[in-house]
Write a protein that binds this ligand. Structure first.
Ligand code: SF4
Ligand code: SF4
Length: 262
């Protein structure tokens, strides 16, 4: 049986070079975004169907002055994955190493997972009609390689390995940071959503990054096979019916919109 793996992101080491953001696009053959200046270095502004890992630039102004806080916004591959529980077709699956991925061949774009995810990760694409998100470089991991983002991270802010080892490494790093005066240093992902497969070593409060202290898991019971099969059949019937109507419409009016009938 495969051992659970995990990615560790240590924000105290991240220089926000965005090498990981680019490597993600490169490995997954996702198109580049046309970027514009919005008064921040963060670009694009949010995750979307073709951006699965986004380095966020948070600006903090408080009694201690001004400071940057960088954050890698991506799927956390939760153990209690709400997205997986609410998917009616079974398109959201767990890999042998514990990562959560969306099978694009059976995703019907219903957006249940978009609404269920407490971390605002899955995004619907109008181009594909499906929902997309990070899949932890499933193809690389299955071949014994590290995810592309980890491979490219120069400062060592990202690391990858057995989940238990990553958890121990994260805890040790938090203790080290606290000892060195980072009073807000803390670990995120050890208990949230049943524990995750992406751990964060944070030096700021999780709320700065929109991370809930106690994320609500939508349901621990996956939708039954019978229910999901029924929904899949209904979805297929709707798609088929739409196709027939479109075909009939073309038959009656032709491509140019003229009525060739009586
Ligand atoms: S972060 Fe969201 S999309 Fe990723 S596994 Fe958890 S619930 Fe699913
Ligand atoms: S590659 Fe490493 S240092 Fe660069 S943005 Fe990503 S996590 Fe930060």
């Amino acid at each position: 049986m495969a051992v659970d793996k995990a990615i560790l992101y240590d924000m105290s080491k991240c220089t926000a070079c965005r090498g990981c953001q680019v490597a993600c696009k490169q490995w997954n053959q996702l198109p580049a975004d046309h970027t514009i200046q919005r008064g921040t270095y963060q670009n694009p502004p949010d995750l979307d169907g073709t951006t699965w890992n986004l380095i966020e630039f948070k600006e903090i102004h408080d009694e201690e002055g001004f400071r940057w806080a960088f954050f890698s916004h991506r799927c956390m591959h939760c153990i209690d994955a709400s997205c997986l529980y609410v998917c009616p077709t079974g398109a959201i699956k767990r890999s042998p190493h514990g990562f959560v991925y969306i099978d694009q061949t059976i995703c019907i774009g219903c957006k249940n997972c978009v609404m269920a995810c407490h971390f605002h990760i899955p995004r619907f694409s109008t181009d594909t009609g499906t929902v997309l998100k990070c899949r932890a470089c499933l193809d690389r991991v299955e071949e014994g390689m590290v995810p592309a983002c980890v491979k490219t991270c120069g400062p060592g802010a990202l690391s990858y390995g057995d989940r238990a080892a990553m958890l121990a490494k994260a805890r040790a790093r938090v203790a080290e940071l606290q000892k060195n005066g980072y009073k807000r240093a803390q670990l995120y992902g050890d208990v949230q959503a049943g524990g995750t497969h992406v751990f964060y070593v944070l030096t700021e409060d999780p709320k700065v990054f929109g991370l809930p202290r106690r994320p609500r898991v939508v349901s621990k019971r996956p939708i039954s096979i019978l229910t999901s099969s029924l929904i899949a059949v209904i979805a297929a019937a709707i798609i088929g019916l739409a196709g027939i109507l479109k075909f009939r419409e073309r038959g009656i009016y032709g491509e140019g919109g003229e009525n060739h009938g009586a």
